[in-house]
Design a protein around this ligand. Structure first.
Ligand SMILES: [Zn+2]
Length: 248
C-alpha cells in the first residue's frame, strides 16, 4: 500500500505503479515528472512515462529523440540501471519472446573472437557507480534508509542503539560511522560510557542488588546508560555470570 501512497498522491491514479520492484520512499525528479530511479507504468493502458515531458509511451527510445537524448543518456540522468529496457510491460514480454525464439540462431555467433558480435556486448572494464534504481530495488537509497531508521526510532520511542539496527553495517558504509549517520538524521548521539575499574564495575552490581533486591540481568544494564555496558563485564571478567559471582 505504501508504494502507492507516494505515487497516488502525485498522480491521483491507483493504476500507476513502478514497473520494477522499488521500495519507497522515492526521490522526486524535480526537473520533470515521476521519481528518480523509478519507471512509472500505467497498468491500464500499458504505457510508461517519460520523465521529461510527462507523456506516456509503449517504448521510450524513439520518443527520446524529441528531447535530443539517447536511451543511455536518459538512464544516466534518471539514474536507471543501464540494462533496464525503456519499454512497457506488454512490449517487454513480446520482445523477450522474440529474443528467445531468435536465441538458437544467435548462439552460433556467440563464439569467442567474433568481433562483429561482441562489439556491442563488450563490457567496460571499470564498473560504473550504482544507479538509484539499484538502491530502490532493495530500499537502500539514502532517503529509504533514513525512513527505515526513523520508523525504528518511532517504534522504540528513542534513538536505536547500533546493535538494534539490523542495517547498521549499511549505515556505517554509507555515512562513515554509526554516529555520523545519527548526525545526518538529526538524532541524538549516544555518549560513550566512561571507563570503569573492575572494583567500580562490581560496585554497580552490588548497588543494584541493594536497591532492587534482585540480581540485575545483562539487559537491565544494556538498556540503561547510567550502568556500564554488559560487554565491559564480559571483557573484564570473562562472562556476565562470572562478574555476578565475584560481586555477590
Ligand atoms: Zn518526453
Amino acid at each position: 500500500m505504501e508504494i502507492l501512497n507516494q505515487i497516488t498522491k502525485k498522480y491521483h491514479n491507483k493504476d500507476i505503479i513502478p514497473l520494477y520492484k522499488s521500495i519507497p520512499p522515492f526521490v522526486d525528479y524535480q526537473k520533470g515528472f515521476g521519481f528518480k530511479g523509478v519507471i512509472l507504468w500505467d497498468s491500464i493502458i500499458d504505457k510508461i512515462q517519460c520523465h521529461f515531458c510527462g507523456n506516456w509511451f509503449k517504448a521510450l527510445s524513439g520518443h527520446l529523440k524529441k528531447h535530443s537524448l539517447d536511451s543511455y543518456k536518459y538512464k544516466e540522468i534518471i539514474s536507471l540501471n543501464n540494462n533496464t529496457p525503456l519499454l512497457s510491460l506488454g512490449i517487454k514480454i513480446k520482445e523477450e519472446k522474440i529474443a528467445s525464439s531468435k536465441y538458437q540462431a544467435k548462439k552460433k555467433k556467440l563464439i569467442k573472437g567474433n568481433k562483429k558480435y561482441f562489439k556491442h556486448h563488450q563490457r567496460k572494464k571499470e564498473k560504473p557507480p550504482k544507479r538509484l534504481q539499484f538502491y530502490n530495488t532493495f530500499g537502500t537509497c539514502d532517503i529509504q534508509i533514513k525512513d527505515k531508521f526513523l520508523k525504528l526510532k518511532e517504534k522504540l520511542g528513542r534513538t536505536p542503539r547500533k546493535n538494534e539496527v539490523y542495517f547498521h553495517k549499511l549505515l556505517t558504509k554509507r555515512f562513515g560511522s554509526y554516529n555520523k549517520a545519527l548526525m545526518a538524521f538529526n538524532c541524538a548521539i549516544y555518549r560513550k560510557r566512561p571507563n570503569y575499574s573492575r572494583f567500580e564495575l562490581l560496585l554497580f552490581i552490588k548497588n543494584f542488588k541493594k536497591q532492587y533486591n534482585r540480581i540485575p540481568t545483562a539487559d537491565n544494564f544494556r538498556r540503561n546508560n547510567l550502568f556500564p555496558n554488559p560487554t565491559t563485564y564480559i571483557r573484564n571478567f570473562g562472562s556476565w555470570n562470572k562478574a555476578m559471582i565475584l560481586a555477590l
